[in-house]
Write a protein that binds this ligand. Structure first.
Ligand code: FAD
Length: 366
């Protein structure tokens, strides 16, 4: 196939890999399509979703409702369940033929597996776990490639900077690095679930979205793995990303771990249908399972109310919760950094403060 990732001017359009499980689209798809719409408008290009699966044509239109101009559907029985071999082969085949300028993938378990594999095959770069994307198409003068003495005649200008600016935390979250992929296309990025805001669904846009069915070529030699059975975890995972109320606990519960978690559960219930999260210290200590972790290496959340109990407010924790609508922090150290981003701060022992909060909430409800 005639594909050269360095021939950057032959690539166009913004693409989003849309993940489905059991024939259902993921929330991350809608977030990425919504963000992709903004990028496509800035760039003046089309937004295309690419959906792989089996008998998934009917769900494709929904992506149009969040901003996709077109959805390419690759439908094949071997794509019913995710396998690295089949998905990487099919996605790379389509990308090599259609040449998108940008390819966004959700940083889910599947996306983290699929993205790097495809980037290596396509001989391009990938920025993993992005929290911000931008295409600034400003024209600029290319000073770097000119000599140190300013010779206007020899300058190549103006240049159009069409690089996708991919921002992610670096050095343990102490700084945000903005990365570009200037010499290769597509610009590939995996994006953290829960970070990009979902647009309002529009039925009109969904109806207008073009659906293109794509012929899939998969032979037995392409498939080195076979899915025999999918065993779902018996335990229900906590839905931190979709929760409106989160009460998180930190190492501050160490003197009575079970009592601290119970208090957090009761407070979450008192607020109404809340869930319990935790800092990494809590997860590393085995006090809560990993799916409860909030922060840079956990989940990024923006609930209506986030309560931090006995959490110091390390930068890596704040990275996952500072965009919450309302933050309440309880910490016995009044200089704890969590108070810097809190709307309401209570300096005190959480074991004394939380029962009072629960009673107060119950009273206001009665
Ligand atoms: P501590 O920092 O030990 O704070 C405990 C707090 O509890 C203190 O402020 C103390 O004053 C208070 N306290 C103690 N007793 C009471 C009491 N009775 N009542 C009220 N307050 C009390 N952390 C995350 O949370 N999420 C992440 O995703 C994450 N990712 C990371 C990634 C990297 C690469 C690195 C290097 C670190 C990461 N961390 C993450 C760890 C982070 O740096 C902190 O170590 C961690 O957040 C600290 O957790 P904590 O606030 O529960 O504990």
């Amino acid at each position: 196939m005639n594909f050269n990732s360095t021939d950057i001017h032959s690539f166009r359009d913004i693409w989003v890999f849309c993940e489905q499980r059991d024939g259902k689209l993921m929330n991350t798809d809608f977030e990425l399509i919504s963000e992709g719409r903004k990028l496509a408008d800035e760039r003046g290009s089309k937004l295309v979703g690419i959906l792989l699966g089996y008998e998934v044509k009917d769900i494709a239109k929904e992506l149009g409702g969040y901003g996709a101009d077109k959805v390419i559907v690759c439908d094949h029985p071997e794509l019913k369940f995710y396998t690295t071999d089949a998905y990487a082969k099919v996605l790379c085949d389509v990308v090599m033929e259609e040449k998108p300028e940008v390819l966004l993938i959700g940083a889910t378990n599947i996306g983290r597996d699929l993205g790097p594999r495809c980037a290596a095959r396509l001989r391009t770069g990938l920025t993993a776990d992005c929290t911000h994307l931008d295409i600034n198409t400003k024209k600029y003068i290319d000073f770097l490639s000119t000599s140190s003495t300013l010779d206007v005649a020899s300058m190549s200008f103006p240049m159009e900077d069409t690089n996708l600016k991919m921002t992610r935390p670096a050095f343990g979250g102490h700084l945000m690095a903005t990365i570009i992929c200037p010499r290769f296309r597509p610009c590939m990025s995996t994006v953290r679930p829960g970070v990009m805001k979902k647009a309002q669904f529009s039925q009109e846009k969904a109806d207008a979205c073009q659906i293109v069915m794509r012929h899939v070529e998969l032979s037995p030699e392409d498939l080195k793995t076979k899915v025999i059975n999918i065993a779902k975890e018996a335990k229900k995972m906590v839905d931190l990303i979709g929760a409106d109320i989160i009460v998180s606990v930190g190492r501050g519960i160490s003197k009575d771990v079970d009592g601290g978690i119970l208090l957090a559960q009761k407070l979450a219930e008192a607020f109404g249908d809340g869930v319990v999260g935790g800092s990494r210290a809590v997860i590393d200590s085995g006090w809560l399972p990993a799916d409860h972790q909030v922060g840079q290496t956990g989940k990024t959340v923006h609930p209506k109310v986030y309560v931090a109990l006995g959490i110091s407010g390390a930068i890596q924790h704040k990275a996952g919760m500072q965009d919450s609508e309302l933050i309440i922090a309880v910490n016995k150290d009044e200089t704890a950094p969590i108070f810097d981003c809190a709307d309401y701060g209570i300096a005190g022992d959480l074991f004394k403060v939380v029962p009072i909060m629960i009673e107060a909430i119950k009273e206001t409800k009665n």
